[in-house]
Design a protein around this ligand. Structure first.
Ligand SMILES: [Zn+2]
Ligand SMILES: [Zn+2]
Length: 425
C-alpha cells in the first residue's frame, strides 16, 4: 500500500508562512513557501526541506506569506514552479519589494529570484499538467487576482490545497470555484474559521457613509490598504458609489494596479477597475503628497495596510490631529502593528498624542468565513481527511469544533509546524 505524507513546514497554527510538503514515493511537491514577520519586522522562514527531494513547487498567489521564501529553494536546484499567468509578474514585484525592505535578513539574493522566475511554468485556471507522479490543476480561489486553489491527483487520490480562499463575490474577483472540485483530502486555510463576515454590500454602505460624513465636513479621509488586492477592491468600491469625489491613490498600489489591469480574465468587474484607475488621481511624488494633505474633502487610498511604512504612514500622521478627518482601516491588523495600536489605544506610536481624526475599521476581508470554508468541505463528496492551517491557534481550534459539528466521521488534523500526517492511499 502506498502512503502520502503531508508535512507542515509553515502556517501550522499561525497565519502566514504557508508551506506544505506533499510527499509520495520519496519525492515532494511543495505547496507555497512563504514568510511571516515578527513584531519587530524580522522575517521568519518555514522549516527546512532538502531541495534535492523537491519535484516541483506550486505558488497559490503572490502574497509574501505564500511566496516570500520560494527563491530559497533555488539556491541549489532548478525544479519547475507552477503558478497562474498573473501571479508570475506579481510574485516578482512582491519579492523585489521584500528584498528592498528586509534584504539584510533574507538568506537569498536577486539571483535566486531570477532563477525562480526562469523556472516558472504558467498554468491557466481549470487546466492541468503533470509533474512526474503529481497531476496538478488550478481553480480560481477568489482571494486576490491570480489566486488559485490547487488540486493534486496521485493515482486515485485527490488532494485539495485551498491556499487563501474566498467563497464570497467581491468587485475585484469572482468567488472561489469550489463547486468544480471534489477531493479525498482537503488542506484548508482557516484565517476566519471562528467568525461570520457581515454582508459585503452593508460594509460597503457603512464605509461610504463614513467617507461622506468626513468629506462633507471638509475633512480628508485616509484608507490604508495592502497594495495587492485590497487596494484595487477599494478603488472599485469607491468608484461604484463615489465616482464624482476627489480620490487619490499612492504607493506600491500604482505599479501593482498597472500589472493587474493587463489581465482582464482574472478580474470580476474589470470595467470598474479600469475606470477607477483612469479617473481617480495617482500621486506621483512627495511634493504632490505634501500638497494633498492641505486640500479639503479628498479621499486617499495608500499602502501599507497596517500603517507599517509606505505613504499611508505619512498621511496618517498628517491627518491625525483634525477631528473632521477620517482614518478608515479595511484590513486585518496584526498584533504589534501601528494599525492595531491605533484601533486599541487611539495613538499611532507609543507616547504620541491621541489621534483626533475618526478611526474606524471595516470588514473587507478576502478570506472565507467559517460558513464559506464549510461550504468547500460540504461540496467535496469524497472528503475523508481535513487538515486545518493558516489560522491563529484559538481560531483554528474553534474551526475544528465546527467541522466536527458538521460531520464527526471526518478525520480532522490541526498540525503545528514540523508535524507530519501520513495517510494510506
Ligand atoms: Zn495567506
Ligand atoms: Zn493572501
Amino acid at each position: 500500500m502506498n502512503k502520502v505524507e503531508i508535512k507542515i513546514l509553515g502556517g501550522g497554527r499561525e497565519v502566514g508562512r504557508s508551506a506544505v510538503a506533499l510527499g509520495y514515493n520519496g519525492k515532494y511537491l511543495l505547496l507555497d513557501h512563504g514568510v511571516n514577520f515578527t513584531e519587530n519586522d524580522i522575517p521568519q522562514f518555514p522549516q527546512h526541506i532538502r531541495p534535492s527531494l523537491i519535484e516541483g513547487i506550486i505558488l497559490s498567489h503572490a502574497h509574501l506569506d505564500h511566496v516570500g521564501a520560494a527563491p530559497l529553494i533555488y539556491s541549489s536546484t532548478k525544479v519547475p514552479t507552477v503558478t497562474t499567468m498573473l501571479s508570475k509578474p506579481l510574485i516578482r514585484v512582491m519579492i523585489e519589494d521584500f528584498l528592498r525592505i528586509s534584504g539584510y535578513y533574507i538568506p537569498y539574493e536577486y539571483q535566486e529570484l531570477n532563477v525562480l522566475m526562469d523556472n516558472i511554468m504558467e498554468l491557466d485556471l481549470n487546466e492541468s499538467i503533470e509533474l512526474n507522479d503529481f497531476q496538478i490543476s488550478l481553480f480560481n480561489a477568489g482571494h486576490i487576482p491570480g489566486s488559485a486553489m490547487t488540486l493534486i491527483k496521485l493515482d486515485n487520490l485527490k488532494i485539495l490545497y485551498t491556499g487563501d480562499v474566498n467563497t464570497a463575490e467581491t468587485k475585484l474577483v469572482k468567488p472561489a470555484d469550489y463547486e468544480s472540485v471534489d477531493a479525498d483530502i482537503i488542506i484548508t486555510e482557516a484565517t476566519y474559521g471562528n467568525s461570520q463576515h457581515p454582508l459585503r454590500t452593508l460594509v460597503e454602505r457603512e464605509l461610504i457613509d463614513s467617507i461622506l460624513e468626513s468629506v462633507e465636513d471638509e475633512g480628508n479621509v485616509l484608507i490604508p490598504v495592502f497594495s495587492l488586492g485590497r487596494a484595487q477592491e477599494l478603488l472599485c468600491v469607491l468608484y461604484s458609489y463615489l465616482s464624482g469625489l476627489d480620490v487619490y491613490y499612492d504607493g506600491m498600489v500604482r505599479y501593482i494596479s498597472e500589472i493587474i489591469s493587463s489581465y482582464p480574465e482574472y478580474i470580476n468587474m474589470y470595467g470598474l477597475l479600469i475606470k477607477s484607475l483612469r479617473e481617480f488621481n495617482m500621486v506621483r511624488n512627495s511634493s504632490e503628497r505634501r500638497k494633498l494633505v492641505r486640500e479639503k474633502g479628498v479621499v486617499i487610498i495608500a499602502s501599507a495596510g497596517m500603517l507599517k511604512g509606505g505613504p499611508a504612514q505619512y498621511y496618517a500622521k498628517q491627518l491625525a490631529s483634525n477631528p473632521k478627518n477620517g482614518i478608515f482601516l479595511v484590513s486585518y491588523q496584526a498584533k504589534g502593528t501601528p494599525g492595531r495600536k491605533l484601533l486599541e489605544s487611539g495613538v499611532l506610536e507609543d507616547n504620541s498624542p491621541l489621534v483626533k481624526a475618526k478611526v474606524r475599521w471595516f470588514d473587507f476581508s478576502s478570506h472565507a468565513d467559517s460558513e464559506g470554508l464549510l461550504k468547500i468541505l460540504k461540496n467535496a463528496r469524497s472528503v475523508k481527511h481535513v487538515i486545518v492551517m493558516h489560522t491563529e491557534e484559538s481560531t483554528g481550534r474553534e474551526f475544528v469544533r465546527r467541522i466536527r459539528n458538521y460531520d464527526d466521521s471526518l478525520n480532522i488534523y490541526y498540525p503545528a509546524n514540523g508535524e507530519s500526517i501520513t495517510i494510506d492511499v
